[in-house]
Ligand binder design. Structure first.
Ligand code: MRU
Length: 355
């Protein structure tokens, strides 16, 4: 296999790396207590890592799957130089089955599939690795562009923003979507204080967002998800800034469970609501958010904390991992191709038709 490694990606977080012909992932389940990297040379294990949230966040899942395809191709080509294109389809299917909501996963797999189709005979690894690295690098570039575009929407200096889940460097190729905007706006003096929902049940906000922002010396205050409406009533935040796992053709937005509540609360209190996502998160094949598959995760995530049961024995759990915020509650969708204010079908179409 090629000796090429992921280039220096000019970002503090190296959550996803190609290193010595293996995929290296920062195990996000252990943060912030431990920074442990796991190496993968098997596509099935990469799919399991996605399912078990070693790596999570829509763009990060897509990038990881792309590197998973490189590993699969290396193994299949070694088995058979003639048949690898047929046998790799099983690996692509296993990767596709890992998590259902983030469309970036399917987008990245389709892009790798097109690359496979376009290959001539011979060792495919160099070309596939170049494509995976391109997906990774393009995501970082998109995040920097979105950072500037989103920060430009904030007109005042020194404001407070609320974010939900983790849409930062850990959830992407680097820099982040929602946290990319927050990073850029903080650098410009526009954002003075970040409030982060702890994001029950997996606590992405408490464990990951707080960890990331503190590394950049951005002040962050954690709150229980249920405290967000009270925070808004006290006029502490002027914007809610979140990422997305899938945006439908009409501008409906799927994101971490609790985002919909945040959007309703924001509208009620006159707080602006911004969604930051690359166009790889936009799924023009589905008309509305009703068609977005919502992942149901194990109920233990709700009933237990750190593997310790906290709920009364006998209580059942319900654990939808995402919800859908209707486009009508969204003030701005920020993508690398531009900003859509008050999104609707026509505006989303016009955005996607831009080169
Ligand atoms: O279950 P997760 O942690 O993968 O959910 C992640 C989110 O909901 C993020 O907000 C979303 O993927 C955007 S990441 C840039």
């Amino acid at each position: 296999m090629s000796a090429r490694n992921t280039p220096a990606l000019n970002d503090a977080s190296k959550a996803i790396q190609w290193h010595n012909n293996k995929l290296r992932l920062l195990d996000q389940r252990l943060l912030p207590q431990q920074e442990v990297y796991l190496d993968y040379d098997d596509a099935d294990l990469v799919a399991t890592a996605i399912r078990n949230m070693v790596v999570r966040g829509a763009p990060a899942i897509g990038i990881t799957a792309a590197y998973g395809v490189v590993l699969a191709a290396a193994a299949r080509f070694k088995q058979s130089e003639e048949n690898w294109r047929e046998t790799i389809e099983q690996d692509m299917e296993v990767l596709a089955q890992s998590r259902p909501t983030a469309v970036n996963l399917f987008w990245a797999l389709e892009r790798m599939e097109k690359c496979i189709q376009a290959l001539q005979a011979g060792d495919p690894i160099e070309a596939l690795l170049a494509e995976a690295i391109a997906i990774h690098a393009e995501d970082i570039a998109a995040n920097h562009t979105m950072g500037e575009l989103g920060a430009a929407l904030m007109e005042e200096q020194g404001i407070g923003v609320l974010t939900h889940c983790n849409a930062g460097a850990l959830a992407t190729g680097g820099y982040g979507t929602a946290l990319g905007v927050i990073r850029s706006a903080h650098r410009l003096g526009k954002v003075a204080q970040v409030y982060a929902d702890e994001t029950r049940p997996w606590l992405q906000g408490a464990r990951l967002t707080a960890w990331e922002l503190l590394q950049d010396d951005i002040p962050v205050t954690l709150l229980a998800d249920g405290a967000a409406a009270h925070l808004m009533k006290l006029d502490k935040v002027q914007w809610v800034v979140v990422g997305s796992d899938r945006i439908a053709a009409n501008g409906d937005v799927a994101n971490k469970i609790g985002t919909y509540s945040a959007a309703i609360n924001a509208r009620h209190h006159g707080v602006k609501f911004m969604v930051v996502a690359p166009t790889s998160t936009i799924d023009m094949s589905i008309a509305s958010g009703e068609q977005i598959p919502i992942e149901q995760r194990p109920t233990e995530e709700v009933l237990c904390l750190n593997d310790q049961r906290v709920a009364a024995m006998g209580a059942e759990g319900w654990n939808p991992s995402f919800d859908v915020t209707p486009a009508a509650l969204v003030d701005a969708i920020v993508t690398e191709k531009g900003v859509v204010l008050a999104p609707n079908r026509e505006k989303m179409l016009a955005l996607m038709e831009k080169s």
